[in-house]
Design a protein around this ligand. Structure first.
Ligand SMILES: [Fe+2]
Ligand SMILES: [Fe+2]
Ligand SMILES: [Fe+2]
Length: 435
């Protein structure tokens, strides 16, 4: 089958998001995958029905999605840390964009302590509380594990983990889930699976093999918008970049007579093009001065990591190339692959032009947006150097004011959204604190 004909499924997107989330931490390797695996085993022990199990594992695979907005690291989320704002941010993001109902509430509850659940609720354990409790326990088990991922270390430490969890049963954790955890701790395979990523991947992959939730184009766009906010809202300086390039790219695509279906996929690729920026430290992302050589090397790696994240599902192959080749140049002087023109798809060349146009016209931490006549000169220069695709660039330079207007409107809307999002987080925080 031609790769463009493959349908992108809901699980394909979940795998991509989860891979992107696991990218951020070098200290807690594969955190989301580990939590998903442990939660899956707990859910199975509790005989959850299939739909609940699916929801549990999907929620676990993305449970710390709110961490990025707050620029926290997973290593900040140590065992007894009380800062749960990321659960709230995750809730706000998912509530707006996520196509699986109930997931947002589960994420909101994933650090809820058992003793804070009222008696009425703990008797019935509604879905969002029950699944939240399982992720809570799985997550705390995962952060207690040794960092090394060595089988020997984990087997030596398992009793310690059990004691710490036992000490908090009924206080932090739901006792029924803790009982099931005791059962699992006695089975070495459980612990060995947790640190053997290949095997736990295989088990989760197999579990999802009969899960068939289709993804409409609208849902695909919504999840991509959510991801673009996660990438961009880390910093006020980048808060509107992906929406700007997405708007420019889809209009360039429409003027290139590309089918509407592919125009929308180009928009998705543009929204996700900087996915790998999640790995770039904020001090580099926001630096107002010129980057040092080392910092620049780190910055440049982002498109490589966009490629890596989007490789989580084969059906995303087109989007992966279109998105992650945005710093490749026709003359082979681009990065990270240094591809020659014949290996770069037209759609990727289009996104590269949209990216440069957006970057030049928007404000950056180190300079104000440029006037469009100056932009025209720079684009012409890059075409003559053999860097940019001439036909796509001509579409922009023939319609400079129009494209700049489209970009501005999209970015203005996103800027308002960014502010509203900041306010919502503050408001929720106040509500939670009862102020
Ligand atoms: Fe968390
Ligand atoms: Fe977590
Ligand atoms: Fe980039």
């Amino acid at each position: 089958m031609d790769k463009s004909e493959q349908t992108i499924t809901f699980i394909d997107m979940i795998k991509t998001i989860s891979r992107a989330l696991d990218l951020i931490s070098s200290t807690v390797v594969g955190h989301h995958k580990k939590v998903a695996y442990i939660a899956y085993r707990l859910g199975k022990r509790l005989n959850l029905n299939r739909d609940l199990l699916y929801k549990l594992v999907i929620s676990a695979l993305i449970h710390d999605i709110g961490v990025f907005y707050l620029n926290q690291r997973f290593s900040d989320l140590s065992f007894d840390r009380k800062d749960n704002r990321h659960a709230l941010v995750g809730y706000l993001l998912l509530e707006e964009y996520f196509p699986l109902p109930g997931t947002a509430a589960i994420i909101k509850n994933h650090h809820l302590e058992y003793r804070d659940i009222s008696d009425d609720i703990s008797k019935t354990m509604p879905e969002e509380i029950l699944l939240g409790q399982l992720i809570h326990l799985a997550d705390r088990i995962a952060v207690l594990l040794p960092e090394s991922d060595s089988e020997l270390d984990v087997l030596q430490k398992k009793n310690k983990v059990k004691t710490v969890i036992a000490n908090h049963s009924g206080q932090w954790f739901w006792p029924e889930a803790v009982e099931e955890f005791y059962y699992l701790t006695e089975r070495e395979a459980f612990w060995l699976d947790v640190v053997n990523q290949q095997r736990s991947d295989f088990i989760i992959e197999k579990f999802f093999s009969d899960y068939h939730k289709p993804l409409s184009t609208e849902e695909l766009l919504n999840i991509s918008k959510m991801m673009s906010q996660i990438i961009d809202f880390r910093s006020p300086f980048t808060a509107t970049h992906s929406q700007g390039i997405a708007e420019v790219a889809i209009n360039l695509a429409r003027k290139s007579n590309i089918s509407e279906q592919n125009c929308l996929q180009i928009k998705v690729a543009a929204l996700l093009h900087d996915l790998g920026k999640l790995i770039i430290p904020l001090d580099i992302l926001e630096k107002a001065d010129k980057l040092e050589k080392q910092e620049w090397a780190i910055m440049r790696s982002h498109s490589y990591y966009s490629n890596y994240c989007l490789q989580a599902a084969e059906s995303m192959a087109n989007i992966r190339e279109w998105a992650s080749y945005h710093h490749e140049k026709l003359n082979g002087q681009g990065y990270p692959f240094g591809l020659e023109s014949n290996l770069i798809p037209y759609e990727a060349k289009l996104i590269a032009v949209a990216d440069i146009f957006t970057a030049l016209t928007e404000d950056r931490p180190y300079r104000k947006g440029m006037k469009i006549e100056k932009v025209r000169g720079i684009l012409a220069e890059q075409v003559s150097q053999g860097e940019l695709e001439p036909k796509v660039t001509a579409i922009i330079t023939d319609n400079l004011a129009e494209f700049n207007g489209l970009r501005k409107t999209a970015q203005k809307k996103t800027r308002q959204k960014f502010k509203a999002f900041q306010n919502k987080v503050e408001e929720q925080k106040r509500l939670e604190q009862g102020v």
